[in-house]
Write a protein that binds this ligand. Structure first.
Ligand SMILES: O=C(O)C(=O)Cc1ccccc1
Length: 300
């Protein structure tokens, strides 16, 4: 019997950059209108997996993803992928002058100079996604949409321009998530993600970073977002090299949890771009074995 193909709920509608990313992870794709809806499908079991954007090299973090991962039923990342993002401008065939240009805020922010130079009189309007903007153009609600190239395959619109970009080689990172379960095997090129709520005390963030540094764990990203509670209360999203199965990473994670009891594990998963981490595990393994022999009364 052939194993069923896992369904991936993704940030849609059809024709988003996220669809392009999700295609690399599987074939049974299920578009959802918003990021929380895509993640919600994985939470309820409507889909086994969810694919959402998390950060862009030009605009930074995708807040809807960050917030949704810190709250609600936990989900863990099992894979990531990085796409080069190039934008197309779609219009209605035979449409008139372009007075409004719709797109996802991350896309608009990446073509700001292009729009100023090429459509100086057009007003930019935020849409829930690049493909939602294409739908709005098809319905006559807006005159043009800044989209992923793949959107032209899905909507009866004309490609007015391709390769729009203020910054060449912009990249977006996407995550594949599911309910907590067996972790992906360590590959030697892994990333671990956590979100911590820092208690209000002097030096807590410095302590957290020191715990990583002391164990030779390389920090790859740190972002803060308000908890939406008291003004000035923040969560920190921390990514670092390594897999929780590695002793030094497991140790570091335990230390973070001691400093910040509200630490949520967001996954240990292979990096999209392989970067072999200089192995620093041998001394941790040897030291842990030495302690084990002492505990068992076999060493000193
Ligand atoms: O709206 C989309 O197509 C998305 O997948 C989000 C997004 C927007 C802009 C750049 C990369 C991803």
């Amino acid at each position: 019997m052939v194993a069923p193909v896992p369904r991936i709920a993704y940030f849609g509608p059809r024709g988003t950059f996220t669809e392009q990313a999700a295609r690399g992870f599987g074939a049974d794709l299920d578009p959802r209108e918003t990021i929380p809806a895509a993640l919600g499908a994985a939470r309820t079991g409507d889909a086994e997996l969810a694919c959402v954007p998390v950060e862009n090299s030009v605009e930074g973090a995708v807040p809807a993803t960050m917030d949704a991962l810190a709250e609600g039923t936990p989900l863990v990342v099992v894979a990531e992928t990085v796409l080069a993002v190039r934008f197309s401008l779609l219009v209605r065939p035979g449409g008139g002058p372009v007075r409004t240009v719709a797109s996802h805020p991350h896309a608009l922010a990446q073509v700001r100079y292009w729009l100023a130079a090429n459509l100086p009189d057009a007003v930019a309007v935020a849409a829930t996604s690049t493909a939602a903007a294409a739908v709005a153009v098809q319905r006559g609600e807006h005159d043009a949409a800044v989209t992923a190239p793949v959107a032209a395959e899905h909507y009866p619109l004309e490609v007015a321009a391709t390769d729009l970009a203020d910054v060449r080689d912009a990249k977006t990172r996407f995550l594949l998530l599911r309910k907590p379960g067996p972790l992906p095997e360590p590959t030697g090129s892994d990333r671990t993600s956590v979100v911590v709520t820092a208690p209000d005390r002097v030096g807590v963030l410095s302590d957290v970073l020191l715990e990583l540094a002391l164990r030779g764990v390389n920090l790859t990203r740190i972002e803060s977002r308000p908890t939406k509670g008291p003004l000035g209360e923040y969560r920190f999203y921390i990514d670092f090299d390594g897999h929780v199965a590695e002793p030094r990473v497991g140790d570091a994670l335990a230390a973070l949890r001691r400093h910040c009891p509200e630490t949520r594990f967001l996954g240990s998963y292979p990096k999209a771009v392989r970067e072999d981490v200089v192995a620093q595990n041998a001394d941790f393994v040897a030291a842990a074995e030495w302690v084990a022999t002492i505990r068992e009364g076999r060493g000193a």
